[in-house]
Design a protein around this ligand. Structure first.
Ligand code: AVJ
Length: 319
């Protein structure tokens, strides 16, 4: 039994190892942000959303009250809400509770454990709601359950998660989503560019929760990818890259060190970084132009009074 337990503790998840290695073996080291969201990462992210410095979640929630009441008055009954990255139903409930034509909810996420919890919570709190969780990387094309495919669909992508994609991949995502949603309307939350004095603390909070969230990547690779990182040998760094209108997160190696990941030897110079996340910020006109290049019209846009965050209602052009 002890031997089994030991073997389990060192088991390598090939999907995680492969996702990590493709970035760590490159000349400029990166890790994909989707690796943030294991159980501990999801917990730390929820903690981030409650930080005083992290304005996006609370601003978007306030915005959603208005958006949900105004956005989709003519939606046909029997429509389904498809949420990209639906590992937490809080935001979707604003929409579902305000729009009675939506009796079906399809959260799509890679975090299978979180989806199980979403489904069981909703089963208790909204017994009339049909929930069809889909475990998938929503950046790739995925199949919707048969019983959902025939319904009118509404897309929902809150949180400015689209900011994780560089503009080329965002374009690809928006084009694919138009097809997955069969040209149904798409509500999407987009963080706005703003003063670095607001942006930087949001990604480098006083409590160190964002630093812990960033470092959890290394703990996760130790747990799941046969790695031997010393997570304390790396520090969290957030940078506002104004030219590319994005926040970057990095893990900075504090000294020269050698790390092993799934049998590969990876060496770090002192000060060398692993680039772990981009969070692109788009102005209203800028995002409307990006959407337009993918066949979407920004039919309506809501922003808060301080111009911190935006929500676009996209509708397929020519439909
Ligand atoms: C979930 C991608 C929208 O970019 O603000 C929060 C993730 N990273 N703090 C963001 C995140 C650091 C978040 N998104």
């Amino acid at each position: 039994m002890a031997a089994n337990a030991a073997r389990r503790a060192h088991a390598i998840d090939p999907v995680v190892a492969e996702a990590a290695l493709s970035g760590l073996l490159a000349a400029r080291k990166t890790l994909p942000p989707k690796l943030f969201y294991d159980d501990e990462g999801c917990r730390l992210f929820r903690e981030i959303t409650r930080l005083p410095e992290y304005y996006p979640t609370r601003t978007e929630l306030a915005l959603l009250r208005t958006v949900a009441a105004e956005a989709l008055p003519d939606l046909p009954p029997g429509s389904a809400l498809v949420e990209y990255g639906g590992s937490d139903e809080t935001k979707a409930l604003y929409v579902l509770d305000a729009i009675p034509q939506l009796q079906t909810y399809v959260p799509v996420d890679v975090a299978a454990g979180a989806l199980v919890q979403v489904a069981s919570r909703l089963h208790r709190s909204r017994p009339g709601l049909a929930v069809y969780p889909v475990v998938a990387d929503f950046l790739e094309p995925f199949a919707l359950p048969r019983s959902v495919r025939t319904r009118p669909l509404v897309g929902f992508f809150p949180g400015s998660t689209i900011g994780n994609l560089d503009p080329a991949h965002a374009t690809q995502f928006l084009s694919t989503a138009r097809w997955s949603l069969s040209d149904g309307p798409f509500l999407i939350g987009v963080d706005l560019p703003k003063d670095a004095a607001i942006l930087l603390p949001a990604y480098d909070d006083a409590q160190g929760t964002t630093a812990a969230f960033n470092r959890n990547l290394l703990h996760r690779l130790n747990r799941e990818a046969g790695a031997d990182f010393d997570p304390e040998g790396f520090t969290h760094r957030a940078v506002w890259n104004a030219r590319q209108s994005r926040i970057e997160m990095h893990l900075v190696s504090q000294e020269p060190q050698v790390v092993h990941v799934a049998g590969h030897r990876i060496s770090f110079a002192a000060g060398e970084t692993i680039h772990t996340e981009n969070s692109y910020k788009y102005g209203v006109a800028e995002f409307a132009a990006l959407a337009a290049s993918c066949g979407w019209a920004s039919a309506r846009v809501w922003t808060d009074a301080e111009q911190l965050f935006s929500m676009h209602l996209l509708s397929a052009r020519g439909s």
